[in-house]
Design a protein around this ligand. Structure first.
Ligand SMILES: Nc1ncnc2c1ncn2[C@@H]1O[C@H](COP(=O)(O)OP(=O)(O)OP(=O)(O)O)[C@@H](O)[C@H]1O
Length: 280
């Protein structure tokens, strides 16, 4: 095939891929070492949606995010990410892992942390060219860390570290962003800045999937909600309680199903969602 033909083919497949949902799960289940931890997932996330992934501890939120990256085992069903496999799509996905998975002891600057987001393209020892350096500068500026670019990562506050990791996720201009509990431990200023950034990513056409315990965050920044419930017995896999747009999925019934025996906030009211309370 001529170069022109190859380019046209590449463009056609690129635009076909863009028409695919950002995420498509059909009877999917994910887990570790062959043991399922979250199951029964059948849903389509349209490109450009911002999905709040909400559920109690252990319901499988992180496992699902790892499954989307191809880092947890697919134990049943199928998963499509950006119209391809999780492994193929990984290059177009930016991630912000849970903050307890973070090593703050390494003596590296904020700029180096952010540059790691380009390693997949450049390789760990590859050269980052002028365009890469400009992308790093822009990502650092976007999260408001320009005055700290040369500072050691470990010396920053928790909120500033979170911003640096977010810049690392954004620097490669990903089509899908996976944020695992990014609001945990943030003060009000950092929380608002992050909310605004999530909304901006969505406005720019990126798909965002963000796990959170906070229903108000879902309402402030997201278009869709996936509610996960824990298994009925301890050790059983989590499963979806609802998926849809905010108004479709974020209902008291679904929240009660997901969060049985715990207290959550909905519409600024504290709701105690015990089964006993529901009983006549
Ligand atoms: N690497 C792993 N290997 C084996 N089991 C794991 C691993 N990571 C998580 N699990 C188990 O999978 C189940 C789901 O955990 P997961 O971290 O996905 O839940 P979560 O909803 O993200 O919880 P949290 O809100 O506490 O982060 C739990 O029972 C957990 O113990």
């Amino acid at each position: 095939m001529s170069d022109r033909g190859a380019n046209a083919g590449a463009k056609a497949s690129e635009s076909a891929r863009e028409q695919h949902p950002a995420l498509e799960l059909a009877g999917a289940a994910f887990g570790y070492a062959g043991e399922t931890r979250v199951e029964d997932l059948t849903l389509r996330v349209p490109a450009g949606a911002a999905v709040a992934l909400i559920g109690p501890n252990g319901s499988g939120k992180s496992t699902l995010l790892r499954g989307i990256l191809g880092l947890a085992d697919l134990t049943a069903g199928s998963v499509g990410v950006l119209g391809t496999s999780p492994e193929q799509a990984r290059r177009s996905v930016g991630t912000l892992p849970q903050s307890d998975a973070r090593d703050t002891s390494l003596p590296i600057t904020v700029r180096t942390v952010v540059s790691m987001g380009l390693y997949r393209e450049a390789g760990a020892f590859g050269r980052i060219g002028r365009a890469g350096r400009e992308a790093i500068r822009r990502a650092i500026e976007l999260v408001g860390l320009a005055p700290f670019a040369g500072r050691r990562f470990g010396e920053l506050s928790g909120g500033q570290q979170q911003r640096a990791i977010l810049a690392r996720a954004l620097v490669s201009n990903p089509r899908l962003l996976l944020l695992d509990e990014p609001f945990n431990g943030l003060d009000r200023e950092n929380r608002e800045m992050l909310l605004e950034l999530v909304a901006r990513q969505r406005d720019e056409g990126r798909t965002v999937i963000v796990s959170t315990h906070d229903l108000e965050i879902a309402k402030a920044a997201c278009t869709h909600v996936l509610l996960l419930a824990s298994g009925h017995e301890p050790g059983e896999p989590g499963h979806p309680a609802a998926f849809g747009t905010l108004t479709e999925a974020l209902t008291l019934d679904a929240v009660q199903h997901a969060f049985h025996d715990s207290t959550v906030e909905l519409d600024q009211h504290t709701v105690t969602t015990t089964r006993e309370v529901d009983a006549p």
